[in-house]
Design a protein around this ligand. Structure first.
Ligand SMILES: [Zn+2]
Length: 72
């Protein structure tokens, strides 16, 4: 049995994608005029809001300078 191998021709759309403006959020070529996917724009806004309203992180206070015990 010999089956003919299906060879897929490479679509010549690889060069066109480079001309598309890339979405700054996901990095994929966007087709909208603003250059950003509507859903990505929403995601970015949500991310900013979350970042602005996130609770303060309990940062550990800087340790006081440890004084080495005087040799005596
Ligand atoms: Zn996007």
């Amino acid at each position: 049995m010999s089956q003919p191998s299906h060879k897929k021709p490479i679509p010549p759309a690889l060069g066109k994608a480079a001309q598309r403006p890339r979405c700054p959020v996901c990095g994929m070529p966007a087709y909208s005029r603003s250059g950003t996917h509507p859903q990505c724009s929403q995601t970015a806004q949500d991310r900013l809001l979350r970042a602005a309203t996130k609770p303060p992180v309990a940062a550990t206070p800087p340790a006081p300078p440890s004084v080495p015990p005087a040799a005596g």
